[in-house]
Design a binder for this molecule. Structure first.
Ligand code: UT7
Length: 326
């Protein structure tokens, strides 16, 4: 094995808006119940951004916390990537707005749009900079205000999503080139645009001229999720030269507890190795993986040196996984 520059996570932070919306709260808005939502999805509550908050505000709050845990300041940052489906404006990129609000100097800043898979896509893109020595301190953020995309008359979707942001700081460190290195070890990314009708937003600047609402054929998406995610995990593990049994913590996109359980079962991963936040956060799209990662780090489960597998699937359809040693 030849030596390698690895992209190592040196800081993790999260932010959840103050307002908590319970399933019972939603039962006052649409014909649903806590029992139905919890039984089908594992969701108990979600956070909702205040009307004056934009996605960049959530992203900045998470970034401050990630920088603090890394012992870094905005002056150190030389790359910002924001994974989001709910940008503040059509342009500039939310990453550019985050740069201004954080007071980061001139550097590359752009958004990655891969919906719920956005954070694994963004990590992979950032790895392309950091592991080539093109960035020395990268901020990778997943931030979403999904509640602004909901059709509040559609009970099949509006109960599933929430708002939040999570961020990591990535820095280069020399590794031996093998699976014992800290940092990103293996990646698998996919998209099948033929299946875009299963999960999409029915608006946009060059079609309707509106923001649109999220539309989903839930059962069909569910059917693809377990197979696609399991496949991505196996490919990322192979790229990282690890076996699934080596994984210390599985950090899935938090869409539905039944999908999490199904993937874990298919891969032979014990449930106690799966970080689950879906009951508290619901589906926060690109923010859900860094939010779950932050939860596992903050409560002391995830420690330096642990082998993590991050995975997601979302609109596109996109899916992917990243194996990394924390
Ligand atoms: O992050 C991207 C990925 N997204 C996902 O991974 C979502 C994947 N899909 C799912 O999680 C599930 O398909 C859902 C949770 C969205 C739905 O669960 P399901 O078991 O597939 O239910 P269904 O859509 O087949 O609907 C079953 C019944 C229907 O009633 P009828 O036609 O059988 O009378 C729905 O109208 O449940 C009804 N229903 C509801 N009832 C109460 C749908 N939504 C609700 C609701 N409350 N909120």
């Amino acid at each position: 094995m030849s030596p390698a520059l690895r992209s190592v996570v040196v800081g993790v932070g999260a932010y959840l808006p103050e307002e908590v919306v319970s399933n019972d709260d939603l039962a006052k808005v649409v014909d649903t119940s806590d029992a139905w939502i919890f039984e089908r999805t594992g969701i108990r509550q979600r956070h909702r951004a205040a009307p004056e908050q934009a996605t960049s505000d959530l992203a900045v709050a998470a970034a401050h916390r990630a920088l603090a845990t890394a012992g870094r300041s905005p002056a150190d940052i030389d790359l910002i990537i924001v994974a989001t489906t709910t940008s503040d404006l059509t342009f500039p990129a939310t990453a550019a707005i985050v740069q201004r609000k954080l007071g980061v100097g001139v550097c590359p800043c752009f958004d990655v749009q891969a919906v719920c898979s956005g954070f694994v896509y963004a990590l992979s893109v950032a790895d392309g900079f950091v592991a080539r020595g093109l960035a020395r301190c990268a901020l990778v953020i997943g931030a979403e205000i999904m509640t602004r995309l909901m059709d509040w008359t559609d009970r099949g979707t509006c109960v599933l999503f929430g708002d939040g942001a999570g961020a990591v700081v990535l820095e280069p460190q020399a590794g031996a080139g093998g699976p014992d290195d800290r940092g990103i070890l293996g990646v698998s990314l996919s998209c099948d645009g033929e299946k875009q009708d299963l999960l999409y937003v029915d608006g946009g600047p060059t079609t309707t001229g509106t923001i649109g609402h999220l539309r989903m054929q839930g059962r069909e998406v569910f059917r693809h999720a377990v197979v696609n995610i399991s496949d991505a995990v196996l490919k990322a593990a192979e790229a990282a030269q690890i076996g699934v049994q080596d994984i210390d913590w599985f950090i899935p996109h938090q869409a539905n507890q039944r999908i999490l359980d199904g993937v874990a079962r298919r891969l032979g991963l014990p449930p106690e190795k799966v970080i689950c936040t879906v009951s508290q956060h619901a589906n926060t799209s690109a923010a859900s993986i860094p939010l779950a990662l932050a939860a596992g780090v903050e409560d002391g489960r995830i420690r330096q040196g642990d082998l993590l597998m991050l995975e997601a699937m979302g609109g596109g359809l996109t899916w992917g996984a990243v194996a990394l040693r924390f």
